[in-house]
Design a protein around this ligand. Structure first.
Ligand SMILES: [Zn+2]
Length: 678
């Protein structure tokens, strides 16, 4: 582990313009730099470098981050690798520390190491059996070589093995060699007989496929039966245990990593033998999801190496519809997805074997189509000219398009879909908007880690960029999804405190006697006071999270610039993604009052207290009024529900009366500070 002190030193030394210009030519533009963004296909300089904040930000694809993030994304390297690169660039000696572990962590680490040791022992036992024992050679090796057609070289590369067809050869040997029965059971290598309490071998009479982690250690095993008649399922797999989490593993990843990086693409197949056959046929950038639907953990693994994925589908149409859902997940994670449909009756394993190396590669390259073409082709199968069925297919495709984060790519897909089905682009745009709206209100773990892709632009409703976990409401049949006015107001409050929180402003207030008074305080202090006094919080969870983090960081920093920099380079990607568009706004997109008073390029709220005051108090008051409206709505609904006692009804009426009073007060305040924007 590199010490925090050393990381800080590296971050201090790494100048963003310096780091980026090693790879992308930059042109100076005032206090910042511009260059052609390497993260999307472009010719104009849409990437901006802001040295003051230490960040890059692309206004087209939304890529953003600090020097370290740039290197990680551009070079496809890990966080520590990026740190090491920068350390050598700036001649900083790397300091490593042995992390002090708590007793609990120490125990967990020891347990993990012990379990990895057991698996290493088991792996060796199985390969030895395969190559050295008579039974292994006659049955296991013969099967893999003759039946499956693997070369011995490949069998050795993938470290395949064999477990003897006896009850406890492995169990007995492992225990005799000092391995704990409990560990053998935890790892699923052995089972315990209920009758006798003796251990027996879980993989008895099966060929073994070790599942390796990114460092090449066996964390689990798959055991396959060899004859069709054998009892039990075709594959036995390791159970979840402290070192094996199925959802974080891709079979073959350890061997494929380099090839994935070099070809900047990964082929996704289903099973162990698909991976091995394709790799043997020279397509080494291949991994398997092992039959399960892809998980976030697996997608992360892929994204650490490439943004391009090609999914291979068996030649029979069955099951394709179900797996299209998996594709949507990949798109939502920001991957460029292509698909290949194999000829009828073929799977990747059989197809790779039946064709010469070059034929396989050619087929994959020539038949990889984008996701629109793929869905159109597979879903239209059998639909004929039935207009209802065609409409259903178009809707499914549009729902897929809605998962694409890149707006430009989305537009491209819509056009393609329109051409394919000979429909107008406009009509598809209406469907797309509805699908986007639906998607926005359906929280997806894959998406939350990946927000927002598009910069927030003037006048655009914020919630189109941000996922929210608010209950999905009825999607009305209008063309324009309704926007929650609360989110707009909340976003603007966040904007103002992030940009001007440290600035002082005069805040108009009404004292206990109803007299108007003026108080001078910092903008962020004003917001905190108001929220605290009224016991209110943001309704958008991401904004509330931001607000809490702001409160914490504001105590640590003495200047707005330092605080902004902390957010621009924040470890929490969601916060970073929220802050950067605000900090890199090209124009002060605030109320007309701002625009009249300030030079567009250089807003100087510090010299115009009145303007800042109008903006922030107007926004906070309106927010409060809208919250009151929402409260009233809920209370009225409760009243109308009809199952209240008389006393309860009276209480609610009273509460509504109070809220009306409060709204009136705020309305009066608002008239004083009214800001024409709202
Ligand atoms: Zn870009």
């Amino acid at each position: 582990m590199i010490t925090q002190k050393c990381i800080d030193e590296i971050k201090m030394a790494a100048r963003i313009e310096d780091v980026v210009s090693d790879f992308v030519p930059l042109k100076r533009a005032g206090a910042s730099y511009k260059g052609v963004c390497p993260f999307h296909d472009d010719h104009s300089p849409s990437m901006h470098i802001t040295p003051k904040l230490g960040i890059y930000h692309c206004f087209v694809c939304g890529a953003h981050g600090d020097s370290i993030k740039f290197l990680m994304e551009y070079q496809k390297i890990s966080y520590p690798e990026a740190l090491r690169y920068l350390a050598s660039k700036y001649n900083i000696a790397i300091e490593e520390e042995k992390k002090e572990l708590t007793a609990e962590q120490e125990a967990a680490k020891n347990e993990r190491e012990a379990l990895l040791n057991v698996n290493a022992y088991a792996e060796k036992f199985f390969t030895n059996q395969l190559f050295e024992s008579e039974e292994g050679r006659n049955i296991g090796l013969t099967y893999l070589r003759d039946k499956r057609g693997f070369k011995e070289e490949t069998i050795r590369k993938f470290r395949l093995g064999y477990c003897p067809d006896t009850w406890d050869t492995f169990s007995k040997k492992a225990v005799a060699d000092g391995y704990k029965p409990d560990d053998l059971l935890t790892l699923g290598l052995c089972r315990k007989s209920e009758k006798t309490g003796n251990l027996f071998d879980f993989y008895k009479g099966r060929v073994i496929f070790p599942i390796l982690n990114a460092f090449g250690s066996a964390i689990g095993f798959g055991g396959r039966v060899m004859s069709q008649e054998a009892k039990g399922p075709k594959y036995y797999n390791s159970p979840e245990n402290p070192i094996y989490h199925k959802s974080d593993v891709l079979y073959g990843f350890y061997f494929a990593r380099r090839a994935i990086r070099e070809r900047d693409n990964v082929y996704l197949v289903e099973g162990y033998t698909d991976v091995i056959s394709m790799s043997e046929a020279g397509v080494e950038n291949v991994v398997a999801s092992s039959g399960t639907a892809l998980t976030d953990g697996q997608i992360k693994l892929i994204k650490s190496q490439t943004n391009n994925i090609t999914v291979l589908y068996d030649g029979d149409n069955a099951g394709i519809k179900a797996s299209l859902r998996g594709i949507n997940m990949l798109l939502a994670a920001g991957l460029n997805v292509k698909a290949v449909l194999l000829p009828d009756g073929e799977d990747p394993d059989s197809f790779a074997k039946g064709h010469r190396d070059s034929e396989l590669k050619d087929y994959l390259e020539q038949n990889a189509v984008n996701i629109i073409q793929f869905e159109a082709k597979t879903l239209m199968h059998g639909a004929g000219n039935d207009p209802l069925k065609r409409a259903e297919v178009v809707n499914t495709i549009i729902e897929t398009v809605a998962e694409v984060n890149d707006e430009v790519l989305r537009a491209f897909y819509v056009r393609e879909c329109a051409e394919l089905f000979q429909l107008s682009e406009e009509s598809l745009q209406v469907n797309l908007k509805r699908a986007l709206w639906k998607r926005m209100n359906t929280p997806s773990p894959a998406r939350v880690t990946n927000i927002p892709q598009q910069p927030v632009q003037q006048g655009q409703p914020v919630q189109q960029q941000l996922p929210n976990v608010v209950k999905p409401e009825e999607v009305p049949q209008t063309q324009q999804p309704p926007t929650d006015p609360l989110f707009d107001l909340e976003y603007n409050i966040i904007r103002l405190i992030l940009k001007y929180g440290f600035f002082e402003t005069n805040v108009r207030d009404v004292d206990a006697d109803g007299q108007e008074v003026i108080r001078r305080m910092r903008v962020d202090q004003y917001v905190f006071n108001e929220f605290h006094a009224e016991e209110i919080s943001f309704t958008n969870p991401l904004y509330q999270h931001f607000y809490q983090e702001y409160a914490r960081l504001a105590q640590q920093f003495d200047s707005q610039d330092d605080l902004c920099k902390a957010f621009a380079q924040h470890d929490d990607e969601a916060l970073q993604a929220l802050a950067i568009p605000i900090l890199t706004e090209q124009t002060p997109d605030c109320s007309p009052a701002w625009e009249q008073r300030f030079d567009m390029e250089t807003p100087r709220p510090d010299t115009d207290i009145e303007c800042l005051n109008q903006e922030i108090t107007g926004c906070v008051n309106l927010f409060k009024m809208r919250l009151i409206d929402k409260c009233k709505e809920l209370l009225i609904k409760e009243l109308e529900s009809g199952d209240l006692t008389e006393q309860e009804q009276r209480d609610i009426m009273m509460r509504i009366g109070e809220l009306n009073e409060r709204a009136k007060e705020l309305g009066n305040l608002q008239r004083i500070v009214i800001s024409s924007q709202y």
